[in-house]
Design a binder for this molecule. Structure first.
Ligand code: ZN
Length: 147
């Protein structure tokens, strides 16, 4: 498994984590960052990213592997409320960026899950969407969900 410093130095997610590249942040804690995908499959599509470089998702340490799915469970309702989606799909593929991440994709119908539908998001629309999701997250926290 090993966090490879050479791989990490060229990794776009590691650069985002270091603040070298801007992103539309949805949420973060000490171990994970959630940001909008710049090529959303549907609007609101975001990713949960562990804050250290591991290439292959299944190489995440056991506790982080479990935590990333627990986070998905907590973050799905705010995303659903922000987008009006019927369901939130989960995708792990990892061909675009070699740094483990879990996609949360708002789904309005079953074939929305197709990663081939990903296309560049519009910058100002993504900023508004990130704000909407953060607002819904705030309501989730008010309901008593602990993050
Ligand atoms: Zn990385």
């Amino acid at each position: 498994m090993a966090d490879n410093p050479m791989a990490a130095s060229n990794c776009i997610f590691c650069k985002i984590l270091k603040g070298e590249i801007p992103s539309n942040k949805v949420w973060e804690n000490k171990k994970f960052l959630a940001i909008l995908d710049i090529n959303p499959i549907t609007p609101g599509h975001f990713m949960i990213i562990p804050k250290h470089h591991v290439d292959y998702f299944y190489d995440l340490p056991g506790d982080e592997y479990q935590e990333i799915f627990e986070l998905a469970k907590k973050l799905e309702r705010p995303l659903r409320n922000a987008t009006g989606a019927k369901k939130i799909g989960l995708v792990v593929e990892g061909f675009a960026v070699p740094h483990a991440h879990l996609h949360l994709v708002p789904l309005h119908k079953s074939n929305d899950i197709d990663p081939c539908k990903a296309k560049p998001g519009v910058s100002h629309e993504m900023k508004i969407m990130a704000e909407k999701i953060r607002f819904e997250l705030g309501k989730e926290i008010m309901r008593g969900t602990k993050f």
